[in-house]
Design a protein around this ligand. Structure first.
Ligand code: 1GP
Length: 247
């Protein structure tokens, strides 16, 4: 079974699933392995590895190795550019940043990275990536024309475009560590447009309540990163997110 099928099965079984984002630039590889183990024990369905700045090379490779050594859940690269492709990962979110002004984030990084993905035999999972205000670091790095928070119809139009382009996953991103996640009203508008295409929501989700509202609005996948980094009891924090998103 592919990683994508595993995620789909988990969504069909549980309604909404949780993924943990680990930024290799935020801690030593050993610590990343520890976080991943505790996150898996808390019920996270997979580990995403990525970040907008300072991710690549040996730091990335050691981090992925440690995570793989410490857990059995899939390890999926959440890339910022071609430097994020890592041979040790199980899969990669093959993103196109649909609302970027830069062709590099629409297709050039994808073309340059694709050859590595093929030769490393990592599973590519096609994802339409859409950045919503405030956008955080990734919004700046990706030069995104940020979707205004009060314009759910624009987010829905982009999401539908991603679906019609053949992307099987749509990712609504507010930016890592931002003050407020994507508004639930926007999530429900996007999900209504997408129907059965899978919807991932991340950025700024800090509380169980926020996660619960986003799941109820139609998110199939909730991603948290900063909330885990800031919590000493990773397992309890993830377990509580997982409980909060159960429909
Ligand atoms: C993944 O960028 C997010 O979509 C992670 O955001 O660090 O705010 O959880 P946080």
């Amino acid at each position: 079974m592919t990683i994508e099928q595993q995620l789909e099965e988990a969504i069909n079984r549980e309604g909404t699933i949780h993924l943990t984002l680990i930024d290799p630039d935020s801690q030593l590889p050993e610590e990343a392995g520890h976080i991943a183990r505790r996150a898996a024990q808390g019920g996270t369905a997979a580990i995403l590895v990525g970040g907008s700045v300072g991710v690549g090379g040996r730091g990335l490779e050691y981090t992925v190795n440690e995570i793989k050594d410490n857990t059995d859940v899939p390890v999926i690269i959440f890339p910022s550019d071609t430097g994020s492709v890592c041979s040790k990962a199980d899969a990669i979110f093959f993103l196109s940043l649909l609302n970027s002004r830069l062709v590099a984030y629409l297709t050039t990084n994808q073309a340059l990275g694709a050859v590595f993905i093929k030769s490393y035999r990592i599973e590519p999972i096609p994802v339409a990536y859409i950045i919503v205000e405030p956008g955080g670091t990734v919004g700046w790095v990706g030069d995104a024309r940020l979707i205004p928070r009060n314009k759910p119809e624009i987010a829905a139009a982009y999401a539908l475009a991603g679906k019609y382009l053949g992307m099987r996953w749509i990712y609504l991103e507010a930016g890592s560590g931002v003050s407020d996640p994507v508004p639930p009203e926007m999530v429900s508008a996007v999900k209504e447009a997408l129907e059965d295409t899978k919807l991932v929501v991340g950025g700024g989700i800090k509380t169980d309540k926020q996660a619960n509202l986003l799941a109820k609005a139609g998110a199939d996948v909730i991603v948290t990163g900063t909330a885990v980094e800031q919590n000493n009891d990773v397992q309890a924090s993830i377990a509580s997110f997982v409980r909060a998103i159960q429909r």
